[in-house]
Design a protein around this ligand. Structure first.
Ligand SMILES: NC(=O)c1ccc[n+]([C@@H]2O[C@H](COP(=O)([O-])OP(=O)(O)OC[C@H]3O[C@@H](n4cnc5c(N)ncnc54)[C@H](OP(=O)(O)O)[C@@H]3O)[C@@H](O)[C@H]2O)c1
Length: 357
């Protein structure tokens, strides 16, 4: 073979390599662009919702927001403060809560934003908060049950599984203690911040402590299911007293909620949350809507997502389950005298299974 022919062969091999590299580059760039487009569209979809569609103000009305020192609670407090409300941040850490109240007062030029101590993982603290609130505050128009725990298996100071204790039972007790005040200021509102995870929640009255079946998501979903059932039960009991109750799913929001989720899964979820989820300001819009909108009376009791009332999954409309949950909750907060005598045994059994030894 002549030297010239050898050179031509080498050149055509080089040209083939270049073409191959070029096509690999194009394929890689295409894949990357598709991934980015997918993430962009997914982000748009998750963040879809828009601002609260009403400019209504609630000047002078008093609002309690549990967990108002961070995330969605803080954003809701800021928005309602802008709309003239007297806002009480109900927080377990007074140092954090006072600093946030100060920041909101400064930002919104509304001097009526305060913090009061409430630890939902202690029934004693819930009672203390309610007593202090009722003593000092003449009015209550909106109660927003927003605070939540999500994380490894822990118990409250009353020995109850923590998701159930903080997210559901603490709010059950708080609402019960404040309902008279809400009634006096009717029309008033209760807003329970749930999550679409409620759909997969399962209430097992033979193991409310989740001895056998604890999982971070499972326990959280179960507590939100209980809160959804409570929303319907409160509506059934108090609509005639002109207290309107709503459940809100705020969407997927980038907050500190995932901070206790351990391991790689936790890290992955936190990164995804930063990239894809709504901001707390976007996430609070439907809660604000339920707190201030005029034409929501006919939708009381319902679940709101992106300012629209939607139906619950069918399992939540189980009146027998609602009755059992109500009675178990009454027993857990020490109100056996309010349970129908023939249902006390059943309530005690369910409540016993909620306690960790
Ligand atoms: N983020 C989401 O994607 C999402 C989705 C659906 C529903 N939600 C719901 O939105 C609500 C707000 O959550 P977030 O996302 O804003 O999370 P967040 O930033 O972690 O806020 C949770 C709040 O609850 C408070 N809290 C926790 N345990 C408490 C206790 N024992 N007593 C009193 N307060 C307690 C926290 O106080 P500390 O700061 O002292 O811990 C914090 O202020 C929750 O009900 C959550 O389930 C959130």
């Amino acid at each position: 073979m002549s030297a010239k022919a050898g050179r031509i062969d080498a050149e055509s091999v080089d040209a083939e390599d270049i073409v191959e590299d070029f096509f690999s580059g194009v394929v890689l760039a295409g894949l990357l662009a598709t991934c980015l487009l997918f993430l962009f569209l997914l982000r748009k979809y998750i963040q879809w919702g828009g601002d609260c569609p009403t400019d209504n103000r609630i000047d002078g009305k008093t609002v309690i927001i549990t967990g108002g020192n961070s995330g969605i609670g803080r954003a809701t407090a800021t928005e309602l403060s802008k709309r003239g409300a007297r806002v009480i941040l109900a927080c377990r850490d007074m140092k954090k809560g006072d600093a946030v109240a100060r920041a909101i007062r400064k930002k919104t030029m509304n001097p009526n934003v305060f913090c009061m101590r409430l630890d939902l993982s202690s029934l004693h603290s819930v009672k203390e908060f309610a007593d202090e609130f009722c003593y000092n505050e003449p009015q209550l128009h909106v109660l927003i049950n927003n605070a939540a725990y999500m994380g490894p298996k822990l118990t409250t100071s009353d020995h109850i599984e923590k998701n159930f204790g903080v997210n559901y039972l603490g709010h059950f007790y708080l609402t019960k203690l404040l309902v008279e005040k809400l009634h006096k200021n009717a029309p008033s509102r209760i807003i329970n911040v749930i999550s679409d995870s409620y759909q997969s929640g399962k209430l097992d009255f033979n193991d409310l402590a989740m001895h056998e079946s604890y999982g971070i998501y499972r326990a959280y979903a179960r507590s939100k299911m209980a809160l959804a059932i409570l929303t319907l039960e409160l509506h059934r009991r108090y609509y005639s007293e002109v207290i309107w109750t709503f459940a809100v799913h705020p969407g997927a929001v980038n907050t500190d909620l995932l901070r206790n989720w351990p391991g790689m899964t936790g890290n992955f979820l936190r990164v995804m949350s930063r990239i894809l989820f709504k901001t707390p300001e976007q996430g609070c819009q439907t809660i604000v809507y339920c707190a201030v909108a005029d034409k929501v009376r006919d939708h009381a009791g319902k679940l709101f997502i992106n300012h629209q009332a939607v139906n619950y999954v069918k399992r939540v409309r189980d009146w027998d389950m609602a009755r059992r949950l109500w009675n178990v909750s009454l027993h857990l907060i020490g109100c056996d005298d309010e349970i129908e005598p023939e249902q006390v045994e059943e309530a005690i059994h369910g409540a016993d299974t909620a306690k960790q030894e």
